[in-house]
Write a protein that binds this ligand. Structure first.
Ligand code: IMP
Ligand code: MG
Length: 183
């Protein structure tokens, strides 16, 4: 039966099964790169919360985690380009190997800003991990070190990603029907 979330989804882009398999691979890859290094997973709220939970459990290395919250969208589907920190890291990150965990790399505004911000705070290294990469929309020269899936230029929701704070609890990645955000 189609529920009240799924009625707004045009099509499924990445299934639960595909996400699970890919995160397993990503976790193993990160574990190889970071064993013995005690990295700090830094999730970018709110979109990261589902991905982060699965990724850290797929990556068996000594690590700790933090969250940072930024805003740039203000309830539209286009980035405003201005990034603001609304919740900052709660510990000194000097000398730490940071693994930024993002839901999607789109214009690159958020990650370009964060990378620079974390460098000025003294991080030893920054690794960008994103579940989704939408390279067609890039405005800033920033690349993911590890990306789960490359997606086309469509607005996607689910598995943590929202439209106007909704649909984060869909268990897969779906394309939102355009009439939902144009109405
Ligand atoms: P960027 O700064 O344009 O790279 O955008 C990064 C942020 O925009 C992500 O963390 C998402 O929260 C949001 N975003 C970009 N594209 C989408 C999308 O297709 N669906 C939902 N959120 C998106
Ligand atoms: Mg986000």
């Amino acid at each position: 039966m189609i529920n009240e979330l799924e009625k707004d989804i045009a099509r499924v882009l990445v299934t639960e099964e595909e996400i699970r398999t890919r995160i397993g691979e990503m976790g193993r890859e990160l574990a190889e790169r970071f064993q013995g290094k005690n990295p700090l997973f830094l999730g970018v709220l709110k979109g990261c919360f589902v991905f982060m939970a699965d990724l850290v459990r797929a990556c068996p290395v000594n690590s700790d985690l933090e969250f940072i919250a930024v805003s740039s969208y203000q309830n539209s589907t286009m980035s405003s380009g201005r990034v603001q920190i609304t919740h900052d890291v709660q510990q000194d990150i000097t000398g730490r190997d940071i693994i930024i965990v993002e839901d999607i790399l789109d214009s690159g505004n958020t990650l370009a800003f964060l990378k620079n911000y974390l460098m000025t705070k003294g991080a030893a290294s920054i690794t960008i991990v994103t579940l989704l990469d939408k390279p067609s929309r890039r405005a800033k020269a920033v690349d993911a070190d590890l990306a789960g899936f490359v997606v086309p230029d469509e607005f996607v929701v689910g598995y943590g990603l929202d439209f106007a704070q909704h649909y984060r609890n869909l268990p897969y990645i779906g394309v939102l029907k355009p009439e939902v955000y144009t109405k």
